[in-house]
Design a protein around this ligand. Structure first.
Ligand SMILES: [Zn+2]
Length: 224
């Protein structure tokens, strides 16, 4: 009989399966993008993250890297080059227990124009506010990029990254991935609407009503 997985092993498995599912869903391709989950045990306080430059299908539990909140890596692999914004999100956001970063095609297309996603559709509220912001550009892997991302995530659970991609967070890897897919779906709809005209933007008042309704539905359940 197989030994049951420890909580840490199960979390490592969950990170890998989420990364594989992320690519299978079409919101990410190849080795770009990364997935992490908050991890605390004993004296260790930090997170587990996908390694740099390894295909998700070939990644094993031992390849997942533990990184402390001080930025110290533990493991046989180098952590994703974007470990800084994962670290800074866990440091500053108590509501974040998992982070998904992708180069989703439609979200990234908007981000290459420096555009976020306004309230063209009420489901934009799923990311926590009246819009999904686009963080200012900075070189990948830098503290500057992390600082811009955290500013864009203020009061939100997702943001776009100019000329780069998208970040979504949640209370589990499954919830963070579901939000990333939702944001990419919204980005695609917004992109399509822009092809034929100027989308009508919902008022802040209407979006507040939607946000209040979402709060009573409870997250992460998804309204229809
Ligand atoms: Zn990236």
């Amino acid at each position: 009989m197989r030994k049951p997985l420890t909580p840490e092993e199960a979390l490592r498995e969950g990170i890998i399966s989420t990364a594989v599912a992320m690519n299978a869903s079409g919101i990410n391709r190849g080795k770009s993008g990364n997935v992490s989950a908050r991890w605390r045990q004993g004296d260790f306080d930090g997170f587990l993250v996908t390694p740099s430059g390894l295909r998700y299908e070939e990644t094993t539990r031992e390849d997942i890297v533990a990184v402390s909140l001080d930025g110290e890596p533990f493991g046989r692999r180098v952590p994703s080059s974007e470990w800084r914004f994962h670290r800074d999100i866990y440091r500053s956001r108590d509501d974040a227990h998992a982070v998904v970063h992708t180069h989703a095609p439609f979200a990234t297309s908007l981000a290459c124009l420096g555009r976020g996603i306004p309230a063209f559709h009420y489901m934009v509220a799923v990311a926590g506010g009246v819009d999904v912001r686009c963080a200012a550009y900075a070189t990948f892997g830098t503290q500057e990029l992390s600082d811009h991302a955290l500013a864009a995530l203020d009061g939100r659970r997702a943001c776009l990254l100019a000329n780069h991609g998208m970040i979504a967070l949640g209370n589990s890897v499954a919830v963070a991935l579901a939000l990333a897919i939702e944001v990419e779906t919204l980005a695609e709809m917004y992109w399509r609407a822009l092809q034929i005209g100027e989308p009508i933007i919902l008022s802040d008042g209407e979006m507040q009503t939607v946000l209040e309704k979402f709060a009573t539905y409870g997250q992460p359940s998804r309204p229809d």
